[in-house]
Design a protein around this ligand. Structure first.
Ligand code: FAD
Ligand code: NAI
Length: 465
């Protein structure tokens, strides 16, 4: 029977980073993965293919509009098959890259479905039905998550699709209804709108993107509306009937009132994700997930000795970089080192145009917690680089503690916001004050100057607005 120091179930950002770190630390590690390729949701059907389509569709739309402003005249023609192919090619290269890293770090990839079969044992069922058992001192659960379902809306991935289906539609829909104004709905809704679909987003709450700073979310919704995306807020879908060429949806106001019928070529259900632990054998080691399906942990330790859990399967933001942080900290703890993750400093990015990125607290969270804070805000319309590039939408906003000036949150909406937010992750990890950023020289002309001006704004000495 094969013996390991660590067996990791799941080869996504949690699992593969855990395995590589284990290899680096001299632990004998194996990853059990049921999918034919490594990389999990993120590389195969999540972060990577969605960003490939977001990038390509943004350029397609720009070619048909903004390019003319810059004096570039082109008539773009969509080649959807090629757009999908370049997405698949990039994904293939990335998943192969993980295989290479496994070899380099002496990690075994055991192909098949993993089930915990009692303390220190993992049973693997290969595709051909063959069952083998592996033994390990430590088992790490990194099985990730799956799309949440909605009663009355059954996903067939033909007309009613989840995120995986929406990454590979065979045609540009004339009309697309997205259920859920969260990150998936707005990113993939943007892709298909840019390619020509008429997109309506139905959202249960009376706002979009819960969790995002309220003022930023309002600006975001305005920007998406200006682009042609339609929103039905405070509305719930109570049923969806798929026909041969379209779907009829019943939608009701949450506050009560007459239901209406919406028709669309395709429907994307994107109302969140839930942990995936089906058939994992948790009961064999006495682990019971909580009501929402999450495995409860204390510093990644589950209630079963020698069984650890990381990534989307445990509490915290369901993000690839968070899974990666969990992975490294968990393996370092297994190796007797001091692993740690600061969950207050996990950034979020929505890769739409404009992008939205943030780290730390929102104004709403600080108000609820009774923390006194000051805000500095700077619009990109007053930033020279944004102006030159005709990309003036949005702002950077720095929130600092009113007493100590420590930066508590940063919210940026505008192109490349995702690239800008890293500066504030570092600053906040080092407990920077807004004055630290305000007094640090930033390159000119760059969008990063808007962040510095926002920091200056906390003490009221913004210079360029
Ligand atoms: P996963 O990536 O889900 O990996 C789990 C793996 O375990 C899977 O490969 C699964 O096949 C395997 N598995 C499960 N059970 C078993 C078993 N019993 N035996 C063997 N194998 C098993 N996050 C970001 O940070 N940035 C983004 O831009 C982003 N974009 C996204 C876009 C979309 C459309 C989606 C759906 C998600 C996106 N995410 C993004 C979220 C990100 O994909 C997840 O947070 C991340 O993949 C979680 O990593 P994980 O390792 O915990 O789980
Ligand atoms: P989400 O949690 O971001 O948004 C779901 C939305 O659906 C919310 O606005 C919610 O109020 C709404 N909703 C819930 N039930 C509803 C109902 N019955 N009818 C109408 N609306 C309803 O979930 P989403 O978009 O599915 O994404 C899942 C996760 O994937 C994200 O939370 C994020 O962690 C990850 N992700 C991250 C990305 C990134 O980092 N750029 C990109 C895509 C996904």
């Amino acid at each position: 029977m094969a013996q390991y120091d660590v067996i990791i179930i799941g080869g996504g950002p949690g699992g593969y980073n855990a395995a590589i770190r284990a290899g680096q630390l001299g632990l004998k590690a194996a990853v059990v993965e049921k999918r034919g390729t490594l990389g999990g949701t993120c590389l195969n059907v999540g972060c990577m293919p969605s960003k490939a389509l977001l990038h390509a569709s943004e350029l397609f739309e720009a070619a048909g509009g903004e390019f003319a402003t810059l004096g570039i005249k082109v008539k773009p023609e969509l080649d959807l098959a090629q757009m999908m192919k370049q997405k698949a090619d990039s994904v293939g290269q990335l998943t192969k890259g993980i295989e290479f890293l496994f070899k380099k770090n002496k990690v075994d990839w055991v192909k098949g479905f993993g089930r915990i079969a009692g303390a220190g044992k993992v049973e693997v069922t290969a595709e051909d039905g063959q069952v083998s058992t592996l033994e390990a001192k430590n088992i790490v659960i990194a099985t990730g998550s799956e799309p949440a379902g909605l009663p009355g809306v059954s996903v067939d991935n033909k007309r009613i699709v989840d995120s995986t289906g929406a990454l590979s539609l065979p045609e540009v829909p004339k009309s697309l209804v997205v259920i859920g104004a969260g990150i998936i709905g707005l990113e993939l809704g943007s892709v298909w709108r840019r390619l020509g679909a008429d997109v309506t987003v139905v959202e249960f709450l009376d706002r979009i993107t819960p969790g995002m700073d309220g003022e930023t979310a309002k600006t975001f919704q305005r920007a998406l509306t200006k682009q042609g995306m339609k929103f039905k807020l405070g509305a719930k879908v109570t049923g969806a009937k798929a026909g041969k060429s379209d779907v009829a949806l019943t939608v009701e106001p949450v506050a009560g009132g007459e239901p209406e019928t919406l028709k669309a070529d395709y429907v994307l259900l994107a109302i969140g994700r839930r942990p995936y632990t089906e058939g994992l054998g948790l009961e064999s080691v006495g682990i019971t997930p909580d009501k929402r399906g999450f495995i409860e942990t204390d510093h990644f330790k589950t209630s079963a000795p020698g069984v650890w859990a990381i990534g989307d399967a445990i509490h915290g933001p369901m993000l690839a970089h968070k899974a990666e942080e969990d992975a490294v900290a968990c393996i370092e703890l297994i190796a007797g080192k001091a692993g740690h993750v600061d969950y207050d400093l996990v950034p979020s990015v929505v890769y739409t145009a404009p992008e939205v990125a943030w780290v730390g607290k929102t104004e709403e969270q600080l108000k609820d917690a009774g923390v006194a804070y000051k805000v500095g805000k700077f619009p990109f319309v007053a930033n020279s680089r944004a102006k030159i590039n005709h990309e003036t939408e949005g702002f950077a906003k720095v929130i600092a503690d009113a007493r100590t000036d420590e930066i508590l949150g940063v919210h940026i909406i505008g192109p490349q916001a995702g690239e800008m937010i890293g500066e504030y992750c570092v600053a906040m990890a080092f407990k920077a004050a807004s004055e630290d950023i305000a007094r640090i020289c930033h390159p000119h002309p760059t969008r990063s100057e808007a962040g510095r001006q926002a920091a200056m704004g906390v003490e009221g000495w913004t210079m360029q607005a």
